[in-house]
Ligand binder design. Structure first.
Ligand SMILES: Cc1cc2nc3c(=O)[nH]c(=O)nc-3n(C[C@H](O)[C@H](O)[C@H](O)COP(=O)(O)O)c2cc1C
Length: 164
């Protein structure tokens, strides 16, 4: 655990030294199993990591798979003194019909300062406008196309204006 924290700390310190800590954000993915990176000890590791990071004056901490009901998320919010960005748990299925708004609002109520949304934004370049007005959401056409390079199925989704 000490070495895992040391690796992050050395990278953060080196980047902060080069460009200033106020330009450095740290993104963590507790319990995210993607590509076999699952943690075995997230409840201990992340609070220990944040204890090393809290006084570095970083621009933000960004938490992936943020669940407002999860004690670890609540602990992270309590421990992190700066800006906290939360990426809600939307699942791997279709984009929620509300574009993730309800999940986002639950995180804001749990103390997140900012919300990040990934796939809803890819499929809906005017996502903010759709969230604001409750307009219907485009769905991801083909998950595979998001990862293979080129605009098709990645950055070619229509805005509301384009289909009106
Ligand atoms: C095409 C694509 C590429 C991604 N690349 C990265 C990446 O390089 N690093 C990373 O930490 N997360 C990456 N993610 C994960 C997203 O940042 C985000 O955490 C994830 O999609 C869950 O949020 P969402 O449900 O709002 O999409 C990627 C996601 C997608 C769809």
């Amino acid at each position: 655990m000490e070495n895992r924290i040391r690796f992050v700390a050395e990278v953060v310190d080196a980047v902060a030294e080069a460009i200033g800590p106020e330009r450095v954000g740290l993104r963590i993915s507790p319990d995210n199993p993607v590509n076999g990176i699952a943690d075995t000890d997230a409840d201990i590791l992340y609070p220990a990591l944040l204890a090393h990071m809290a006084d570095k004056n970083l621009a933000y901490l960004h938490v992936v798979l943020a669940d407002p009901d999860q004690p670890l998320f609540q602990r992270i919010r309590a421990d992190w003194p700066g800006t906290l960005i939360a990426n809600p748990v939307l699942g791997q299925g279709p984009i929620p019909t509300d574009g993730g708004r309800q999940a986002a609002e639950r995180l804001l109520a749990a103390g997140a300062d900012l919300i990040s949304l990934g796939r809803p934004f890819l499929a809906n370049p005017d996502l903010v406008e759709r969230l604001r007005t409750g307009a219907p959401m485009n769905q991801i056409r083909d998950k595979y196309l998001m990862y293979v390079g080129g605009p098709t199925g990645y950055s070619d989704y229509p805005t509301l204006d384009a289909v009106r």
